[in-house]
Design a binder for this molecule. Structure first.
Ligand code: TYM
Length: 330
């Protein structure tokens, strides 16, 4: 294997649902695989973040196993990347506290994710407010330098950089400033209703849902009400927006032409989208289903990942404790 460059890529996904969705895959996870071939890479199942919304212990465990299988099914290999569960390295909570003491309250109050949570629920638990601090701790605990995320996480990365800078100003150069890797062209992936694809809007297509369900959901994607004969605009159509991620340039040009010519109903475009999704996802789905039938193997992968992650975290925490004045007295 060619030697990897001296950067550390880290990212995380919440096990907040039985399955991740196409937004997670297209916005972030797909890139983890290519990055892991170039750089040292850590991918995390952020179960502590998921505790802000998942309060069923068994569901959290099942979602965690499913996410481990998803990482492997999309092509992550334990020989190329550390795949682990966030709560297996408890130091992340300790670091969260040290960072919280440098994190301006106003910054947390301005977080878009907190505003969204407040708009959705009457009672917002304070875990949702500390969410960006815990995320910063994930990134800084492993001294990560590159963080591939979807466009919706941009503000969290800015906060991470700001708190790392504040910490370094107070205590010396402890953390490298992590660089977000956000694909501006990809942007935020839209769901069935045209809003951001999200579990909480129930507008998502599960990455490994069976093909019948995927088809049913694709057929539900909201379009305008133009008739078959009408000329249509691919650039403003939710179906075409998703199609672009799964089809070749040639296929995209051909379908765009049909939109513009008129005489094509949205049903036909949806069928083309469904087939293109199936082409890419179905081999991974087979792998996912096979992995889910071997949960012990998945647990082994996570146990090994936790051991390797703990080693890195231990080194960082020794210098963090020293820097802030806890740990050894002398
Ligand atoms: P989460 O679990 O909400 O999403 C995981 C990844 O999927 C991306 N994503 C999307 N991208 C484009 N369009 C969408 N509709 C869409 N929905 C989700 C997210 O941007 C993310 O990259 N706070 C993070 C998890 C986290 C993390 C970290 C990430 C915790 N610690 C450290 C990076 C580094 C989150 O809630 O992601």
């Amino acid at each position: 294997m060619a030697e990897k460059k001296r950067e550390l890529v880290l990212s995380g996904v919440q096990p907040s649902a039985a399955q991740v969705h196409l937004g997670n895959y297209l916005g972030a996870m797909k890139r983890f695989v290519t990055l892991s071939q170039q750089y040292d890479t850590i991918v995390c199942i952020v179960d502590l973040h998921a505790l802000t919304t998942v309060w069923d212990a068994q569901a959290l465990r099942e979602n965690t196993v499913s996410l481990a299988a998803a990482y492997l099914a999309i092509g992550m290999e334990p020989s190329r990347a550390i795949i682990f569960r966030q709560s297996d390295v408890a130091e992340v909570c300790e670091l969260t506290w040290y960072l919280a003491c440098q994190f301006p309250l106003g910054l947390l109050e301005r977080a878009t994710s907190l505003k969204d949570a407040k708009a959705k629920a009457k009672v917002v638990n304070s875990g949702l407010m500390y969410y960006p601090v815990l995320m910063a701790a994930d990134i800084l605990l492993y001294r990560s330098t590159k963080v591939p995320v979807g466009a919706d996480q941009k503000q969290h990365l800015e906060m991470t950089r700001e708190v790392a800078q504040k910490f370094n100003n107070a205590y010396g150069d402890v953390f490298p400033l992590p660089e977000p890797l956000i694909e501006e062209d990809t942007g935020v992936i839209v769901g069935l209703d045209g809003r951001k694809m999200s579990k909480s809007y129930d507008n998502y297509i599960g990455l490994f849902e069976d093909s019948k369900k995927v088809r049913k959901k694709v057929m539900k994607i909201v379009t305008d009400s133009k008739s078959v004969e009408d000329e249509k605009d691919p650039d403003t159509c939710n179906v075409f927006t998703l199609y672009k991620f799964f089809a070749s340039q040639q296929e995209q040009a051909a379908l765009a032409e049909k939109y513009r010519a008129g005489g094509m109903g949205y049903g036909e475009a949806k069928q083309a989208l469904f087939e293109s999704i199936e082409r890419e996802i179905s081999p991974m789905r087979d792998k996912y289903n096979d992995l889910m039938s071997r949960p012990d193997d998945l647990r082994d992968v996570l146990a090994d990942g936790a051991r390797r992650a703990r080693e890195i975290a231990g080194v960082t925490m020794a210098s963090v404790r020293e820097a802030v004045g806890v740990g050894s007295i002398l």
